[in-house]
Design a protein around this ligand. Structure first.
Ligand code: BEZ
Ligand code: FE
Length: 291
């Protein structure tokens, strides 16, 4: 009997053969990624001694995850989020100056084209909740004010639901864009966010439910800040004292992004108006990195 020809696969040589084959990838960066992926996948498979049933279960899980992903629901992004992969990619690609506002995950619920509102415009548009003013400025790393920066803001409602999860809603709900004034100041009017569960009715939820992992995110408001001459900033502000700050299911919480929501009685508000109800104010100065 002769030895197996070197180009035919055995358990011992299949990794080397597959890496060699994928090393023919034309683009050098894609080649680097694909050959490393093959090596790590094979190492993982050997390490856990993957059975055929387990492999098939994984294939079915990936299929369901893909089938549930569309422009309104990003189940694959959610999978990446709960595995800590999204946040690792953010951390590696946004090694910000310690003085700059840190970045965090985008999440699956951002919608393009939110309406533009003026200083203090109300993005909650009468939805139930405690009025919240988010106020402060946008500056550059050197402290100079950044006028004309666009703050794209979005959040969940009192029940932890985002507009993208409500197919019957066809107008902007709890999202808006604000432009900083020449002195860098901004004022967002909304309602206090609450902590919420990530969607648990899909394959990601099925898997998380088989663990001791908390499936909640702490109360937060999302921001995407863009302006010429500076790097875009994707971040959140979290409510100080909120539940789940220490166990955010998507690893997105950072101490520098946790802010006090100061309580005020009825009276004058930062937009120049008055509130007949008690209201909250979160003050935060965003610091952008030059491009
Ligand atoms: C969010 O904050 O909207 C979010 C982020 C990651 C997964 C689910 C939700
Ligand atoms: Fe969120």
């Amino acid at each position: 009997m002769t030895d197996t020809a070197p180009h035919l696969a055995t358990e011992e040589n299949i990794t080397a053969l597959a890496v060699e084959r994928w090393a023919s990838t034309h683009d050098p960066r894609l080649r680097e990624i694909m050959t490393a992926l093959v090596r790590h996948l094979h190492d993982f498979t050997r390490e856990v001694g993957l059975t055929e049933d387990e492999w098939m279960a994984a294939v079915r899980w990936l299929t369901r995850t893909g089938q549930l992903s569309d422009d309104k629901r990003e189940e694959f992004i959610l999978a990446s989020d709960v595995l800590g992969l999204s946040m690792l990619v953010v951390e590696m690609n946004h090694r910000t100056d310690p003085e700059a506002t840190p970045a965090t995950v985008l999440g699956p619920f951002h919608i393009d084209g939110s309406p533009m509102l003026g200083f203090g415009g109300d993005m909650s548009d009468g939805l139930p909740g405690t009025p919240l003013f988010v106020t402060g400025s946008v500056t550059s790393l050197d402290g100079s004010p950044v006028g004309g920066a666009v703050l794209d803001v979005w959040q969940a409602d009192e029940d932890g639901t985002y507009e993208a999860q409500l197919p019957e809603v066809d107008e902007a709900r709890l999202r808006a864009r604000y432009t900083t004034r020449a002195d860098g100041s901004y004022c967002v009017r909304t309602i206090a966010p609450k902590g919420y569960s990530i969607p648990m009715d899909g394959p990601v939820g099925d898997l998380v439910a088989r663990t001791g992992i908390s499936h909640f995110r702490p109360a937060h408001v999302h921001f995407l800040i863009t302006v010429d001459g500076h790097r875009p900033l994707i971040t959140h502000l979290f409510r100080e004292g909120a539940e789940y700050l220490d166990r955010d299911v998507v690893f997105g919480t950072k101490q520098d992004l946790v802010v006090a929501f100061e309580e005020h009685g009825p009276g004058p508000t930062p937009d120049g108006g008055r509130s007949g109800l008690p209201w909250l104010e979160a003050r935060y100065d965003f610091v952008l990195q030059p491009a």
